[in-house]
Write a protein that binds this ligand. Structure first.
Ligand SMILES: [Zn+2]
Length: 675
């Protein structure tokens, strides 16, 4: 692991506040205005040099650091710390011209051209060599500069190029497979090549999963996903090694993109000192978006064992890359910024400091709009937030504590989305409703990898945990036996790590724990629903899927009503050891799922943090002698909030908070409570 040895001694100087700073787009007189306005806005930190490769190294091996020296000294003089980028995210034209083989190749065998960004094959030796040389130069020059707070490695890995089909990647894939399987027989067994006459005799016969006549071998596809994740991760590790070899000791991170599913964040987090995320919710979704944002924050926090993460990018208002790009109404940016902190972020950063006047993102908002800072709504909101965040220094380093975990892995997502299934599955849209049902009633949730330690959780939810190994099943068995409550949904426990189906009925490894056996399933059409009636007479409509299951030792809590499935069990509960395990063979309606989780959590003495209306999010961080209760109104209307007897001080307005209060549209309260 590459974590710095003095990590324990490292402290952030408060909540980091600022944005990507791209001074190479402006003349030096503008830099002077920049630092003045940064101070006015409460900016204490910028991410510098992310796309500066062409400016730093205008020709191969010829470096121009004079301008960067001046920028770094200017920021330092004005007390602004720097997340210094390694500048490798977009190779300059001279590099692509000298090394056309470095350009990635798409699934159809077409090589990309330069002219955009992220145009490099992750396995290309020339790119790796040039990136390493650049990073070494930068780290040697600035590693000891007191302004440098952290290293920002590359940028949004895999946001555009998450797979490459060039000959170099093919050769590396073969070598990776040889390392993994040792013998061609072992590969044949793992990929199930006895089917469709796919048996390989030599490693040289193996191709990447290019465009094929019909379905690619699923084992090959799954290994290709693992291989590309490993290839891109090795770029990250290579840059970390170059920084450390140059003697720089500051912590480092790379920023992941919201919703990106091609990189295994849990594995990447092992090599980063901080996890970091870029978050761009669509404002047009209004208060429909906040719970999916909450999932992404819970996931990035959980990836590094609940350590605070960095919100590295968001937009002050508008982006430029959707078909229609709407504004964030007044207050929404502030509310979404506090949402990140509420879920464990120790920074609020933007792309970018000053909006660009040219280039592909000139219509993307910045902290300073092109109309100027004066009389600007955006800059006024930015400055207000900057002033407020200075009052949150005590929150830095505090932790979110949960008793509920949602089991999730990227391998499971990759395996779920390989084609030739009972139905094409969009994994995230199938999994998110299970998180939303908890998040929307303000029950804190970790996003837990099945390999993680389950100690400390009272309830675990396993939505569509399709891939399940024997060790995952054994850990879940032990969790329930020792008193835990487990909820397993349809299409779980189907395959092993090779994507081979476990025989004997599903979920084969957990029959004893769940007390049921699934024989068949019916994926539902997009608008198709199946009615469910529970023991209390409550009705809901099952969506997405119906499992035909055989109850063995369970109590049937709900059954289907009508059709082929009439009177068959839909939801069951099994007592096992000191715990209990639920099985849900469909996706009940949102209101029913809300009540279902509410009953289970209440039984386990897990309660919503406070009572509040729909669209009000509540989260808690704990640290030192205090707890910090974040109450955020994600709606455009006032909402009433009732505290559960908590008496505390609002960190922003420094007033005592009443038991009941009205929260204005997009309003936020951060209430400090004694632990
Ligand atoms: Zn390639």
């Amino acid at each position: 692991m590459a974590e710095i040895t003095n990590q324990a001694a490292f402290q952030l100087p408060g909540v980091l506040y600022g944005g990507d700073y791209n001074p190479e787009q402006w003349t030096e007189d503008v830099w002077q205005e920049d630092v003045r306005l940064m101070q006015a806005a409460g900016v204490n930190c910028v991410s510098l040099g992310i796309f500066s490769w062409a400016k730093i190294e205008p020709q191969q091996g010829q470096y121009n650091f004079a301008w960067l020296d001046r920028v770094i000294d200017l920021l330092h003089t004005h007390g602004i710390r720097i997340l210094l980028a390694t500048a490798t995210a977009s190779p300059p034209p001279w590099f692509s011209h000298l090394h056309p083989e470095s350009l990635p190749v798409d699934k159809h065998g077409l090589r990309y051209k330069p002219g955009s960004r992220q145009h490099y094959c992750p396995n290309n030796a020339a790119y790796r060599h040039a990136a390493s040389a650049l990073v070494t130069k930068i780290a040697l020059r600035y590693g000891a500069h007191p302004a440098i707070l952290m290293w920002h490695v590359n940028n949004e890995y895999a946001c555009h190029i998450y797979e490459c089909y060039c000959d170099t990647c093919r050769d590396h894939f073969r070598a990776w497979l040889q390392e993994r399987y040792a013998t061609i027989d072992a590969l044949n067994e793992s990929w199930g090549t006895a089917f469709w006459s796919q048996q390989y005799d030599q490693w040289e016969e193996i191709q990447l999963p290019h465009r094929t006549t019909t379905f690619v071998n699923p084992g090959q596809m799954l290994d290709y996903r693992r291989f590309m994740n490993a290839s891109i991760l090795s770029l990250f590790r290579g840059e970390i090694e170059a920084i450390r070899a140059a003697g720089a000791q500051q912590p480092m991170f790379t920023n992941m993109v919201f919703g990106l599913k091609w990189l295994d964040q849990y594995e990447w987090a092992c090599y980063a000192d901080y996890t970091a995320i870029d978050m761009y919710p669509d404002p047009s979704l209004g208060d429909q978006a906040w719970s999916s944002i909450a999932f992404a924050y819970d996931a990035i926090r959980s990836a590094k064992g609940n350590k605070p993460f960095l919100l590295l990018e968001q937009a002050t208002t508008q982006v430029n890359w959707r078909a229609i790009n709407q504004l964030k109404p007044p207050g929404m940016m502030r509310a979404l910024s506090y949402q990140a902190i509420a879920h464990g972020a120790d920074s609020v950063m933007f792309f970018q400091w000053r909006q660009s006047k040219a280039g592909a993102e000139k219509f993307h908002s910045g902290m300073i709009p092109l109309g100027g800072a004066a009389d600007s709504r955006i800059f006024a909101e930015v400055s207000q937030l900057g002033a407020e965040l200075k009052r949150l220094t005590d929150v830095v380093g505090s932790r979110v504590q949960t008793q509920v975990g949602l089991l999730f892995s990227y391998e499971n997502v990759w395996a779920l989305e390989i084609d030739s299934k009972p139905a094409q599955i969009d994994a995230m849209s199938a999994i998110l409703p299970w998180h939303a049902a908890l998040a929307q009633q303000n029950i804190p949730v970790d996003i837990v990898h099945p390999n993680s330690d389950f100690a400390g959780y009272r309830v675990l939810v396993a939505p569509l945990l399709y891939q399940m190994t024997e060790s995952h099943a054994e850990k879940l068995r032990q969790f329930v036996r020792e008193g835990g409550t487990l909820i397993v949904t349809y299409f779980s426990g189907i395959t092993d790590a090779r994507d081979h189906i476990w025989t004997g009925g599903y979920p084969a490894l957990l029959h004893d724990v769940l007390g049921i056996k699934v024989e068949e399933w019916q994926p539902l059409l997009p608008d198709e629903v199946v009615e469910i009636i529970d023991q209390t007479g409550q009705r809901t409509q099952g969506q997405h899927w119906v499992d035909l299951l055989h109850p063995v030792t369970v109590e049937v809590l709900a059954h289907y009503n009508g059709g082929f499935f009439d009177q068959r069990a839909a939801i069951t509960r099994n007592r096992f050891g000191s715990g209990q395990a639920y099985y849900v063979g469909t996706r009940p309606g949102a209101a029913y799922l809300h009540d279902f989780f509410c009953r289970i959590c209440t039984e386990q003495s897990i309660h919503s943090l406070i009572d509040a209306g729909v669209g009000v999010e509540v989260s808690m961080r704990s640290g030192g002698a205090n707890q910090y209760l974040f109450v955020i109104n994600h709606t455009g209307t006032s909402q009433s909030v009732t505290l559960h007897g908590q008496k505390g001080i609002d960190l922003i307005c420094e007033a005592t908070i009443a038991d009941q209060f009205s929260l204005e549209p997009y309003g936020v309260r951060i209430i400090r409570l004694p632990l």
